[in-house]
Design a protein around this ligand. Structure first.
Ligand code: COA
Length: 251
């Protein structure tokens, strides 16, 4: 199996604690392509889809949630609409495990969507978080970094050559968001209480967590190459976890 490039996902995922999977999903589908996926949603999920005021977030939610249910359904050997979710205190969805095949190892997952791309991360027995962001060339990134990043991150960003700073900002943003999402704490975890590597030409990593010197070595961090207009990162709470990259087939 190759781990560095995106491969078409033709079969089920190999479920092993040593491997985390990232599935890339195209969200730029025409309505007739994605609307059949609504069939895979529960009544509650359909009601949520209906409540979106705009088509873009509705399409993102329906495609990602239906794809997630297909992936997890295949793993547990059940129909996608037999799956249900519960939510952590900060809104992180988790599988309700009742009625599922207990011989399948416990799967953890996380979802992110931005612009035309959705990503789903799957791991076995280890918290996982993922984030994708579409570049916004108008964003005042140095001001945002000053305000939200740790002081060391903000100063490292400013010291990058100007042509690398936008990528450095999104490298930092996506890694920080992936960590927060893996922990499930939302923004109750202060963005300045931990540091990630900034330089977009260096490997991504968690460098420091306030008051927890052993925390960074517990994590595998990987930035994902998903095209010119997006940045993305995945974090798994398992050292030296391999990351397999898959493209979900377009129907
Ligand atoms: C909700 C949050 C988890 C992510 O929000 P986001 O970046 O706008 O959205 P993403 O597309 O990456 O992720 C949304 C998905 O994360 C999942 N999610 C929701 N709450 C979550 C939580 N507490 N923890 C982990 N995952 C969560 C859901 O699956 C959701 O998708 P769905 O509703 O379609 O199922 C939260 O961290 C947040 O509000 N972040 C604010 C962004 C920000 O200011 N970041 C600064 C970084 S420097």
């Amino acid at each position: 199996m190759k781990f560095s490039t995106w491969q078409p996902l033709n079969n089920g995922l190999e479920l092993s604690p040593e491997i985390a999977h990232v599935i890339r999903i195209r969200l730029d589908l025409a309505r007739e392509q994605w609307s059949p996926l609504i069939e895979l949603l529960s009544d509650e999920e359909r009601a949520r889809a209906t409540r979106f005021r705009f088509d873009d977030p509705r399409r993102q939610f329906v495609i990602c949630r239906a794809t997630l249910k297909q992936i997890l359904g295949t793993a547990y050997g059940v129909a996608p609409n037999a799956l249900s979710f519960q939510y952590g205190s900060r809104g992180k969805p988790e599988l309700s495990l009742q009625d599922l095949n207990s011989s399948v190892p416990q799967i953890e997952f996380n979802v992110s969507h931005s612009g035309t791309i959705g990503l789903i991360a799957i791991s076995v027995g280890a918290p996982v978080g993922i984030d994708v962001e579409e570049f916004d060339p108008t964003v005042k990134f140095l001001q945002l970094a000053e305000r939200f990043f740790a002081p060391l991150e903000a100063s490292e960003l400013k010291s990058l050559p100007p042509e690398k700073q936008l990528h450095g900002f999104y490298r930092c943003w996506t890694c920080k968001e992936a960590y927060i999402k893996a922990k499930g704490d939302g923004l109750s975890l202060s963005l300045s209480s931990f540091c990630v590597a900034i330089d977009p030409d260096q490997p991504a990593s968690l460098c420091h967590v306030d008051g927890q010197p052993d925390e960074p070595i517990q994590w595998t961090t990987q930035s994902l190459n998903i095209g010119e207009n997006h940045a993305a990162a995945v974090m798994v709470r398992r050292p030296d976890c391999r990351i397999a990259l898959w493209d979900w087939p377009v129907t």
